[in-house]
Design a protein around this ligand. Sequence first.
Ligand code: SAM
Ligand code: SF4
Length: 376
Amino acid sequence: MPTTTRNLNLPELPLVEEAAAKQNGQSHRTKYGSVTLSPMPGADALAAMTEPTHDSYGRRVRYLRISLTDACNLRCVYCMPEHMQFRPRHELMSDEEIIYLVKVAASLGVDKIRLTGGEPTIRPGVVDLVRRINTVPGIKDVAMTTNALLLDKLAQPLAHAGLNRVNISIDTVDPERFRRITRWGDVDDVWRGIQAAERAGLRPVKLNCVVTRGFNEEDVIDLARLTLENEWEVRFIEMMPFGEVSDFQLSNVVSFREIREKVESVFGPLEEASYDFIDPSRPFRIPGATGTLGFISSVTEPFCQGCGRVRLTADGKLRLCLLRDDEVDLLTPLRAGAGFDKIRALMQEGAFHKPWGHGLASGVFADDRAMNQIGG
Ligand code: SAM
Ligand code: SF4
């Protein structure tokens, strides 16, 4: 019988902090009306308290992925059902709340942020949000995962705002098959987005391809070919199971081994490229190629030992492992007036309880949310 653990048993928080704690806090509107976030220590105080955070297995937690929205302008078959119900805006973290939680994370040694979703570029004000995240003391790297449909217009402003790099999803170069996978997308928009990202200096461009049996397993050849002359990393991702589309995902997963064999059957044996054992993508190269290939084998050969990632879902839960339902609610106490120290303690204790790894091999699936709601 599959089991999942969720909502860790962390210390109780008072729902409302004393009014004095709110003085000088920032006020903004949510479904609760006007919410005042507790005052935040100044930049010097934040810098002074910054310390590295480790989980109970000794892994340093320094990478936060933030889902800016669960909504998307596509409906990829492996990600979400066609008729997806998205959360109303007021249930999502506001910009102020995101910045607050990024500051808390930075005080715990997080220095790398990736913005994702859903589709992060459809969030109103995303450029300004990037600019603000980029100025949080301690944050050294801000990246984004995107389907690139809006990059034609946004790549340059995002780069000016401090975005360093983008990972762009493209599962096939064939227009018909792209439309079938995304349900209505036009692959030409992605090409325009890739070019805009390159012009804006958002390099190295990484291209993400989820390999789905019956949809694009033969397309790995054309995608791998792109690395011959482009300084890109084309990353093949094993499809992972989530929520109500998990049956589809499990029966259509194509393994790392199979993808590699397909690529090698055309280009010959791949060379291993240097690997830091932290990045989930194991790098290889077609001999003589300009770019590299990456394999993200989360399902068949997990890489949990190097994982220092935690996630913030769009509705403000700290998600400790992509493939487990363990979460710590940060937004509710934040909106109820919890102070900086309490939110920091929740985040720190949550990170400490990061599970060692996923439980797919023993039949434990994350079934609370689809991928777009977590932030891949
Ligand atoms: N909309 C953006 C995009 O598609 O790049 C960002 C969000 S998307 C959820 C982040 C990444 O997760 C994408 O590279 C996407 O291909 C990948 N993804 C979505 N569903 C997946 C699944 N079931 N298994 C593996 N990867 C998945
Ligand atoms: Fe949208 Fe990205 Fe999910 Fe595709 S993978 S439906 S682009 S969130």
